[in-house]
Design a protein around this ligand. Structure first.
Ligand code: SAM
Length: 292
């Protein structure tokens, strides 16, 4: 547990100045708030082996180049088993503290996934790579992109290099249609303490926010988070405007078929041979005012 790091515990007046003042719209905010507990709370030991094995099989057969670019790689929960299976993994993350927890066997790049460093190469008009990598965005990580413009830039970059994109995310269609607030005791292993989570879900406004209150005998750490929700219909629509098409969608890495009432989905987007991208170049992209 790393929660005794300076600045994370409440002060005597009950406030955690470090994390309370975090600007949650920054791309590195999630890492600032969670890097020290991420592996304990969400690491690979919390994911069933067969889940990771199925993920590896799923990605491997959709990765002819042998190169995976994982967006929001974090500490390598997905990247490490992919690397062990023989794939070359380039891990992108906006948070340096998170990246530093990812092993060096993964090529680590500090960058905002909404401003990928390969954008400049696309913009310069150079040829797209002959064997494009496969982009992977694990569970709900796409929701860390804070704006529709950012999502458009990301999709335009994937389309620009004619890559495949695999996205695992919550199916927001199953969330309540009205904004709701809830509290829960989270199933995280905080030694000698508990974690209470308070969540505010506002699906109509595409906002999911909350905080985890980690309560131990050392004090309270309040860890805030903010996600911008994207539904698969919106994602399909935006991807389509950039010349990408949802070619597969499942409810699990085991390729069980997806239905609209499933809690989450795994989608595969590929360049549409018939599509005429609204923008083949992320640098040229003019955001559409309809969905902001
Ligand atoms: C929920 S964690 C997922 C980590 C890993 N993919 C996994 O499945 O365990 C989300 C990761 O995305 C990173 N992240 C958040 N916003 C980002 C952004 N705009 N660009 C790149 N990485 C971002 C965070 O720092 C964090 O490491």
């Amino acid at each position: 547990m790393g929660s005794d790091e300076p600045g994370r515990h409440d002060t005597a007046d009950g406030r955690s100045p470090g994390l309370e003042q975090l600007d949650l719209t920054r791309p590195d905010a999630y890492g600032q708030a969670f890097d020290d507990v991420y592996d304990d709370w969400y690491g690979s030991h919390r994911t069933p082996d067969d889940g990771l094995d199925a993920m590896v099989r799923f990605v491997s057969v959709r990765c002819p180049s042998g190169v995976v670019v994982e967006l929001g790689v974090g500490s390598g929960r997905l990247a490490v088993p992919l690397h062990r299976a023989g794939l070359r993994v380039i891990g992108i993350d906006a948070s340096q503290p998170m990246l530093s927890r990812c092993p060096p066997s993964i090529v680590r790049v500090a960058a905002d996934m909404a401003r990928l460093p390969i954008r400049a190469r696309c913009s310069s008009g150079g040829p797209a790579p002959t064997e494009p990598p496969t982009f992977l965005c694990g569970f709900n990580t796409l929701f860390n992109v804070g704006s529709s413009d950012g999502l458009d830039r990301l999709l335009a970059t994937v389309a620009c290099v004619r890559a495949t994109l695999i996205v695992e995310m919550l199916n927001i269609e199953v969330l309540p249609a009205e904004p709701i607030r809830s509290t829960d005791v989270a199933p995280f292993p905080t030694e000698g303490g508990i974690v209470v989570s308070a969540t505010s879900a506002d699906a109509p406004n595409r906002r999911l926010a909350g905080r985890h209150l980690e309560i131990t005998d050392r004090g309270v750490v309040s860890r805030p988070w903010l996600l911008r929700l994207v539904g698969h219909h919106e994602l399909d629509d935006r991807a389509g405007r950039h010349g990408l098409r949802a070619v597969e969608r499942y409810r699990s890495w085991n390729t069980d078929p997806f239905t609209e009432t499933d809690p989450s989905s795994i989608s595969v987007f590929a360049p549409d041979p018939l599509g005429s991208p609204e923008s083949a170049d992320p640098g040229d992209h003019q955001p559409d005012a309809r969905n902001r």
